[in-house]
Design a binder for this molecule. Structure first.
Ligand SMILES: *Cc1c(COP(=O)(O)O)cnc(C)c1O
Length: 466
C-alpha cells in the first residue's frame, strides 16, 4: 500500500500555491483543508489498493486545495433567479427589497445609529419609535409595534390580550399556513384557551355571541390566506365582529396575514380589505407580515389601539421577539416608499403585480429573442416559444387566483427536463424554473434587473456541459 507516500502536512503547507492560500485566507483554515484532503487521499488509496508516487499525491492535493478553499469560504445562501412567476415565493425568500430599503439598510448596517437613543434629549429611547409614526400615518392606527414575523405578532397579541382567558375563533379560520403556522398551536403556546365556534363552512355572529362567558378575553379573526372554502359558506363580517366587541367590551384582533396598504383591484386581483380599512372598521388590533404584499423585510407588524399596543410593549415576550436595526431600516425604507414615493414602481413585489399584460408580453418577447439567439441552434433544443402563463401571488395570499402572465417555454431533446432544471439550479446565480408537461417554462413577471440576459447565458452554459 502506498500510504507511506502520503506527504506530511508541513510539506504541503510549504508549497508555493499553498503559501498564497494562507495569505489570502488564514493559516488555520488552510491547515484544516490540508488535513481533510490528506484524509480523503488516504481513504482513496486504501479503497483502491493503488500506490501513487509521492510527487503525484503532492500535486493532486495542492491542485485540489484552491477550489476547496474557495468553496469552503462561501456561504450557503446564494442568489437565485426566480423564474417561477410566483411573486412571494416563501422558499426563495419572499419579498426582494426595493432600493430605498436597501440603501437605508446598508447605511445603518455598517455604522452606529440612534436605534435606542433619543438624540434630542440624549437619553435612552425605544427601538419601537422608529417605524411607529410611519405606520400610524399609513394605517390610521393609534399605535404600532414591530416584531420578528407575523407568527410572533399573533403570539404576542394573544399572550398579552388573552393569556389564560378564552379566545373565540370561527372553525372556518383554524388554518395552517406554510411552514407550520397553526392558529390552534399558536393559541396554545400563548396560554390562551381556544373556543371554536360555528362549522367549517358556516359561522354566524350568533355563534360568537353564544360562546361569550366571563372567561372570554378576545374575539379573534384570521385571514384564511392559503385556502378558500367555496360553495355554501358564511363567515362573520368584520363589522359584525367589531359591533359585538363594542357591545361586550371585548377587544377584536385580526390576523390579516398578507397585509396590504394599496387596493389590489387595479392589478387584476380581487378586492381585499386593506390594513387601513380594518382599522377604520374598528378592529382593535391588526397583525400582518412585513414580507408578503407589503414587499418589505421579514417582520410582524401590529397596529391598533394605543392601550393594547402599550400592554404588548410591556410584555416580556416582546424582548424575545424584537427586531434588529436592519429590519427597522428596511421597514422604514419600505414604508417611506408607500408614504412619499412610488410603490407601484419601486417596491419590487408591487411592481411585479402591477405590471400590465402588454409590458409582460413585451418582456417575454425580449426574453424569447435572447434565448433564441443563445441556444436556438443547439442540437438539444426542439422549440422555444413565447407563451401566456398563469402566475401566482404566493406567500399564502390569493391561493386560488391565477394572474395572467407571459413567458417562454423550451422543449429539449436528448436531455431530460429534470436534468436541465437541476443543472440550472446549480448555476451561479441559480435559476429556479417551472415546468408544464414536457417543457421548461420561464415566467418574466418575477425576473429582476438583467435576469433575462443572465438566463439566456446560463441556458447555453448548461447545455454545453456534457
Ligand atoms: C403568512 C401568515 C402568517 C405567518 O406570517 P409570517 O410573517 O410568515 O410569520 C400568519 N397568519 C396568516 C393569516 C398568514 O397568512
Amino acid at each position: 500500500m502506498g500510504l507511506k507516500n502520503i506527504p506530511a502536512v508541513d510539506e504541503i503547507l510549504a508549497q508555493k500555491p499553498v503559501t498564497k492560500l494562507i495569505e489570502k485566507y488564514n493559516r488555520e483554515f488552510v491547515v484544516q483543508l490540508v488535513r481533510r484532503t490528506l484524509d480523503q487521499q488516504r481513504k482513496e488509496i486504501r479503497a483502491s489498493g493503488q500506490s501513487l508516487e509521492r510527487a503525484q499525491i503532492l500535486k493532486e492535493v495542492v491542485g485540489k486545495l484552491g477550489r476547496l478553499a474557495e468553496e469552503a469560504s462561501q456561504g450557503t445562501l446564494v442568489r437565485v433567479i426566480n423564474a417561477t412567476g410566483v411573486v412571494l415565493h416563501t422558499n426563495l425568500g419572499r419579498a426582494p427589497l426595493g432600493n430605498r430599503a436597501l440603501h437605508y439598510m446598508q447605511e445603518m448596517a455598517g455604522t452606529y445609529n440612534n436605534l435606542e437613543m433619543d438624540l434630542e434629549r440624549g437619553e435612552r429611547g425605544s427601538r419601537y419609535t422608529h417605524v411607529e409614526a410611519l405606520l400610524q400615518e399609513l394605517t390610521g392606527a393609534e399605535a404600532a409595534l414591530v416584531v420578528n414575523n407575523n407568527a410572533a405578532a399573533v403570539l404576542l397579541g394573544l399572550s398579552t390580550l388573552a393569556a389564560s382567558r378564552e379566545v373565540i375563533v370561527s372553525r372556518g379560520q383554524l388554518v395552517e399556513i406554510g411552514g407550520a403556522f397553526r392558529i390552534p398551536e399558536v393559541m396554545k403556546l400563548s396560554g390562551a384557551k381556544l373556543v371554536e365556534v360555528g362549522t367549517t363552512n358556516k359561522t354566524y355572529i350568533a355563534d360568537f355571541r353564544n360562546a361569550i362567558t366571563d372567561q372570554t378575553g378576545l374575539l379573534f379573526a384570521a385571514h384564511t390566506s392559503n385556502y378558500k372554502i367555496i360553495g355554501f359558506t358564511e363567515e362573520v363580517t368584520l363589522e359584525e365582529l367589531v359591533a359585538l366587541g363594542e357591545e361586550t367590551s371585548l377587544p377584536v384582533m385580526q390576523d390579516l396575514g398578507s397585509g396590504i396598504l394599496l387596493s389590489p383591484s387595479g392589478w387584476g386581483l380581487e378586492e381585499e380589505p386593506t390594513v387601513q380599512a380594518c382599522i377604520k372598521a374598528g378592529v382593535d388590533v391588526v397583525t400582518f407580515s412585513g414580507d408578503k404584499l407589503l414587499g418589505g423585510p421579514q417582520a410582524g407588524i401590529i397596529v391598533g389601539r394605543k392601550h393594547l399596543i402599550d400592554a404588548m410593549k410591556k410584555n416580556q415576550l416582546t424582548r424575545a421577539l424584537r427586531v434588529d436595526k436592519l429590519t427597522i431600516a428596511a421597514l422604514e425604507g419600505t414604508l417611506i416608499e408607500f408614504l412619499a414615493g412610488d410603490p407601484e414602481n419601486n417596491i419590487p413585489v408591487i411592481a411585479m403585480l402591477a405590471r400590465t399584460e402588454e409590458l409582460l408580453q413585451q418582456q417575454a418577447e425580449e426574453l424569447h429573442a435572447r434565448i433564441t439567439s443563445s441556444i436556438g441552434n443547439h442540437k438539444r433544443v426542439e422549440l422555444i416559444e413565447l407563451i401566456p402563463l398563469e402566475d401566482m401571488v404566493g406567500g399564502g395570499a390569493y391561493p386560488t387566483h391565477k394572474i395572467r402572465g407571459y413567458g417562454v417555454e423550451i422543449k429539449f431533446k436528448g436531455i431530460s427536463l429534470e436534468e436541465v432544471a437541476r443543472k440550472l439550479r446549480q448555476t451561479e446565480p441559480a435559476v429556479v424554473t417551472r415546468r408544464q408537461e414536457d417543457r421548461l417554462t420561464i415566467s418574466v413577471r418575477t425576473l429582476l434587473n438583467d435576469d433575462a440576459q443572465t438566463i439566456a447565458k446560463l441556458l447555453a452554459e448548461v447545455l454545453s456541459v456534457k
